[in-house]
Design a protein around this ligand. Structure first.
Ligand SMILES: Cc1cc2nc3c(=O)[nH]c(=O)nc-3n(C[C@H](O)[C@H](O)[C@H](O)COP(=O)(O)O)c2cc1C
Length: 272
């Protein structure tokens, strides 16, 4: 199955066959897909516990509870408990060193190593508490879970993400670290419904929430909202400039890439 086909056809599957076990190799493929997702600073804070209904202890099964659609927890042969380990931020210096050694950062290796130790690592160390707070890491974990979800679909499995109603119990019964943040529970199994029949779920039209135009045209104008022709001074970009705000893409032809001065000084793109 092509990637775009999987993206186009995937949907949440709430009715799973409780009697049909899921091959561990398929679960492993899901976890591999999650592991390969991008993460800021290559920190990799996403974690998972795979719970197989057939063998899991009763207290774990009982703590798999969802606020909405809890019946799914009773029929899914497998539930993946996705969580985030904020402690992994403490290991960020080593993750960054690995990136530098893999030549994914910087141009000159020795210069980059020096700058990493002198500037970048101390900079991040000042921000440790902020970086451990909910935010960017959740975005990255979401990317990983999305990749796992697509791979499950490609493997013929049905999945649904569910918000957990018993996070403290799960942390305790699964023996997770205290700082673990349960993100979401994912039911996994073979569909007991016709996945293709109902098609994908309704979505807002693209232009409403993700305008594909270049930045300057994506800024709403009065005309776009049907409030009459644009008058001088009614354009929010112009209006903002009058008050000294920086320009937002205005005056720059679409598609033109401006190299930051530092890159140009380093000889990019010639030497990069
Ligand atoms: C983070 C997250 C949490 C969700 N929680 C629940 C839930 O608690 N119960 C449920 O039935 N569906 C849950 N869903 C599934 C959504 O309701 C579903 O994605 C939505 O109906 C869109 O349908 P689709 O996934 O079939 O495209 C959740 C989805 C996400 C991404």
């Amino acid at each position: 199955m092509e990637l775009k086909e999987a993206i186009g056809l995937r949907r949440s599957v709430r009715y799973l066959d409780p009697e049909r076990p899921v091959e561990r190799t398929k679960i492993q493929k899901m976890l591999e897909a999650a592991r390969r997702a991008s993460h800021w600073g290559n920190v990799q804070s996403l974690r998972a516990v795979v719970v197989e209904r057939a063998t899991a202890p009763k207290e774990v099964i009982d703590s798999l509870e969802a606020y909405v659609g809890n019946f799914q927890m009773k029929i899914a042969p497998v539930v993946i408990v996705w969580y985030l380990d904020a402690q992994s931020v403490d290991e960020q210096p080593d993750r960054l060193r690995e990136i530098v050694e893999a030549r994914a950062m910087g141009i000159d290796l020795q210069e980059t190593r020096d700058r990493l130790e002198r500037v970048i690592i101390p900079f991040f160390e000042h921000l440790t508490d902020v970086l451990k707070s909910p935010g960017m890491s959740e975005v990255d974990c979401g990317q990983g879970i999305a990749q796992a979800t697509l791979v499950a679909f490609e493997e013929g499995l049905g999945t649904c993400l569910l918000g957990s109603a018993k996070t403290a119990e799960l942390i305790s019964y699964l023996g997770l670290p205290d700082q673990a943040r349960i993100l979401v529970l994912q039911t996994v199994g073979y569909p007991a419904e016709d996945v293709y029949k109902a098609g994908q779920r309704p979505r807002l039209p693209l232009r409403a929430d993700l305008p594909p135009e270049p930045l300057q045209r994506a800024v709403p104008t009065r005309r776009r909202h049907g409030q009459g022709a644009r008058r001088r001074g009614s354009d929010p970009v112009r209006g903002a400039r009058r008050h000294g705000a920086p320009r937002q893409g205005a005056g720059r032809p679409a598609g033109e890439v401006r190299l930051p001065a530092a890159l140009a000084a380093a000889g990019c793109p010639r030497r990069c």
